[in-house]
Write a protein that binds this ligand. Structure first.
Ligand code: FAD
Ligand code: NAD
Length: 466
């Protein structure tokens, strides 16, 4: 029961860290309080949401787009319980895959709540109340996050719900009111809009996806509006009441007027908060920062030198791939290597359709940092590939340093943006210039040609197909 490394939490941060540490010769244990491995991402996050996004996309296409391709089908019907069951099945296969990976890498898995006794001993309390203690030279906290809410909202988890419940509803809402026009609100809002619900997004900030490039937010809102989603931006929600099956959401608009929305479900998607409850941090004196995240240095080390923390429970983007990278970095650091993460190059993706993806700086960030830049934009509708598939919405925007031409940011709204963005991330990792990207031969016809064209527009202002 003595380990080189104990990982608490089996999300993408924790389980990837355990694998990497084991690959580097460490004896590793992982503790997970739930019966299945994989954390938020696999059980109630990335994977189930993408399963429902894909299913709803097929339905939407069948209803709205098949006809234009010359395909007629009888009115498609939704078997919602089958759709949800398919999602559950995908989750089950994926969590099973993680268990397989733990076994393959000789990582000991303990089910139960992990809590610190002292800096090297962790108590594992099982569901049946029994406990055991294991010892670790180093401990990695990867306990993730939970949905945040607003102080005046009482989440009944039936009709006033978080993303967790939205992934397993028993029926399609008639009118889903979404509080928060961020990633979760727009992805899960898209699922139910495509399946036929009315969806109203109430967003506090003046634009949806407030941290993304302003052009991207504008284009995304335009396209989602075209798909029928309704938006109330610059609206601060002030109350949510349930009367039977009816939900009344009140908000204040920017002029100070009270506005009401009535629906049958309300999804609260106003962000997530770090999860440290039950960890017994007070027993070891691990410090939190002002946002209740575990405070870490550049090596992801807490104020207690043998305890590290990664993923959603520390500062930074709450993304699975960010958690994974941090997991690898800590494992390699503990094995004596000198790993590094460039936080500027962590891509962000929104899986609406069209997808949105970005890497590097937004125009506002460059302006605020007084960096002189040039911008090249290319519209998806000018691509042969987009016209062939019918996915003509969106654009690629490349931002490059005005003097050196180094690529500083790439922002995409368009079909398969989630996969396309990696070309930009690779280019930026190698500090490529816009000219470099513009001179690379891209397959034709592909969506990726929009990146080449936008890079050329940024470099010499002369895209070829526009
Ligand atoms: P988590 O995945 O939250 O895992 C933490 C684990 O620790 C949990 O299993 C928890 O049970 C366990 N735990 C906590 N405390 C203890 C304890 N004391 N003892 C034992 N175990 C404990 N990110 C993306 O990059 N792409 C996406 O498409 C995406 N989609 C998302 C969709 C939704 C609906 C949601 C909610 C999130 C989504 N995310 C997405 C975010 C992503 O899920 C998180 O960023 C990621 O899961 C964080 O990983 P983590 O390892 O830090 O923590
Ligand atoms: P978010 O931070 O993306 O969006 C929350 C939104 O709620 C913001 O736009 C904010 O302005 C708004 N808001 C806050 N208070 C409000 C109020 N009182 N009234 C109206 N609006 C209000 O958070 P999220 O969508 O809940 O997602 C949580 C995390 O999960 C994010 O950090 C995200 O990175 C991660 N996630 C990622 C993906 C992905 O990568 N595709 C998908 C889902 C979730």
């Amino acid at each position: 029961m003595k380990y080189d490394i104990i990982v608490i939490g089996s999300g993408p941060g924790g389980y990837i860290s355990a694998i990497r540490a084991s690959q580097l010769g460490k004896k590793v244990a992982i503790i997970e309080k739930y019966a299945t491995l994989g954390g938020t991402c696999t059980n109630v996050g990335c994977i189930p949401s993408k399963a429902l996004l894909d299913s709803s996309h097929h339905y939407y296409d069948a209803v709205n787009h098949f006809d234009t391709h010359g395909i007629s089908v009888e009115t498609p019907k939704i078997d919602f319980s089958k759709m949800i069951a398919r999602k559950a099945n995908i989750v089950e296969t994926t969590t099973g895959g993680i268990k397989y990976l733990m076994d393959k890498n000789n990582v000991d898995v303990f089910e139960g709540l992990g809590s610190f006794i002292d800096a090297t001993h962790v108590k594992i309390t099982k569901n049946d109340g029994t406990d055991l203690t294991i010892e670790g030279t180093n401990i990695i906290i990867a306990t993730g996050s939970k949905p945040a809410t607003l102080p005046f909202i009482s989440l009944d988890k039936e009709r006033v719900i978080t993303s967790t419940e939205a992934l397993k509803l028993k029926e399609i809402p008639k009118h889903l009111i979404v509080i928060g026009g961020g990633v979760i609100g727009l992805e899960l809002g898209s699922v139910y809009k495509r399946l036929g619900a009315d969806v109203t997004v109430v967003e506090y900030a003046p634009k949806i996806t407030p941290t993304m490039d302003a052009d991207v937010s504008k284009e995304l809102q335009k396209v989602l509006k075209k798909q029928g989603m309704k938006f109330a931006v610059s609206h601060g929600v002030s109350s949510v009441e349930r009367n039977g099956d009816e939900i009344l959401v009140k908000a204040t608009d920017k002029k100070g007027n009270e506005v009401s929305f009535t629906g049958d479900y309300c999804l609260v998607a106003v962000g997530r908060k770090p999860f440290t409850e039950g960890l017994g941090l007070e027993n070891v004196g691990v410090k939190l920062n002002e946002r209740n995240q575990i405070a870490v240095n550049a090596h992801l080390q807490t104020n207690i030198s043998n305890i590290y923390a990664i993923g959603d429970v520390v500062a930074g983007a709450m993304l699975a791939h960010k958690a994974e990278e941090e997991g690898v970095v800590v494992a390699e650091y503990l094995a004596g290597q000198k790993p590094h993460i460039d936080y500027n190059l962590i891509p962000g993706v929104v899986y609406t359709w069209p997808e949105v993806a970005a890497v590097g700086k937004t125009e506002d960030e460059l302006k605020n940092a007084n960096i002189e830049y040039k911008s090249g934009k290319f519209s998806m509708r000018a691509l042969g590939r987009s016209r062939a598939s019918g996915d003509i919405d969106g654009f690629v925007k490349v931002l490059a340093d005005k003097t050196t031409d180094e690529i500083l940011g790439v922002h995409i709204v368009g079909a398969r943006a989630a996969d396309l963005i990696m070309e930009a991330a690779v280019a930026m990792e190698y500090r490529a210039s816009a000219e470099d990207l513009a001179r690379i031969c891209h397959g034709h016809p592909t969506y990726s040609e929009a990146i080449k064209e936008a890079a050329k527009a940024a470099w010499d202002g002369k895209p070829l197909n526009a």
